[in-house]
Structures are given as C-alpha cells and as structure tokens.
Design a protein around this ligand. Sequence first.
Ligand SMILES: C[S@@+](CC[C@H](N)C(=O)[O-])C[C@H]1O[C@@H](n2cnc3c(N)ncnc32)[C@H](O)[C@@H]1O
Length: 188
Amino acid sequence: MREDLERWERKYRELSTDTDLEPDPLLLKHQHLLNGAGRACDIACGVGQNGLYLAEHGYDSFLIDGSFVALTMAGRVATARGLRIFRVVADLDYFRLPVSAFDVIVVMRYLNRSISSDICAALRPGGVLFFETFNVNFLSEKPGFPRDYLLAPGEARSLFATLECLASNDGPTLQDSLSYLVGRRRGT
Ligand SMILES: C[S@@+](CC[C@H](N)C(=O)[O-])C[C@H]1O[C@@H](n2cnc3c(N)ncnc32)[C@H](O)[C@@H]1O
C-alpha cells in the first residue's frame, strides 16, 4: 500500500472510539438541493459523516475511501443508526468512477486534480457536486502544509468548469482557508 494511504490508515486506527461526526456545514446549508432520490457518493469519505447524512436523507449512499479502518468504522456507525450504506475501499488514483451514476457527489477535504473530470462525468445530468477543500490561505495556519494539496484562487471553478456553478467561495480574493464549489451537471 502507498505511504500516504498507510498514514491515513494509522491515523484512523489511533481513534479509540467510533467517530460519528456532524455532516459538513456546506451540505447543511444547501440541503434544499437534496431531494433524497437516487444515488449519492462520498468520495474520500473518511469516517463517512457526509455519506451517512445522505443515506439518512434517502439516497442509496456509496462511500469510497482508501482506508479500510475508516470504512469499517463508518459501517459500524451506519448499523448503530439503522442506515444502509455501500462501502468501497479503493485507491482513487486508480479506481475508475462509474459514468453518469450519481445524483449527488460529495468531495470534502480531498484534492485529487487528476480525477476532477471523472468526478464531473460520474454525475448524472442534473446531478450536484459538493466540493470543498483547503486553499493557500491555510498556509498562514499551518506554514509547513504541502502546497500541492491546497487550492489556488479560482482553482475550484476551473477544475469543475463543465458544471453549472450554483455557489462558490473561490477567490480571486479568498475569503477564508476553505474554498468550495457547488455545481450541477448540465443536461436533463
Ligand atoms: C482529510 S480526510 C477527509 C475525509 C472526509 N472527506 C472528511 O471531510 O472528513 C482525506 C481522506 O482521503 C482519503 N484518501 C487520501 N488519498 C486517497 C486515495 N488515493 N484513495 C482513496 N482515498 C484517499 C484518506 O484515507 C482520508 O480519509
């Protein structure tokens, strides 16, 4: 297994209890876009708080992450909450997302520029992407953080330029250390 995925695996293994986090505020703020019909996918889901939230809202919810430990935890939390989820352990550098498969996709705090067009293609026409991750302002909080994992101003919009932008915080003057984009795949 690759070193970065091993590091995540170790981090999740160190959690002493199952972690049942609140869903991301971006999803809560835009819950009017969630009609609960169809399939949702939480990409690089970690312990799966957003995928679980989407399952709770009626979606067939798929959770993908490279960490077996995190997904095992998400499975236990789902069972405890009476939710059904579908879990996939995969390295997203190699995994091929299915095309036109999801009504909602969530990507939170995970930046993999090489799969941004595959993420757009994995949405069904009319499907909505919620994308949020750290931008270069984060360097003032954590100066040593690798720049490659941080968005430049305007980058979220350019990575997902084929989507209709419904909402964004993406520069040119960045507001805080998280950039986001909510976008809809065109067509019906
Ligand atoms: C910062 S965490 C974010 C987790 C979750 N999205 C959240 O917002 O809490 C990044 C996640 O990406 C996963 N990850 C990193 N590289 C990956 C890869 N190549 N394939 C699959 N998952 C990966 C890690 O296992 C980790 O769970």
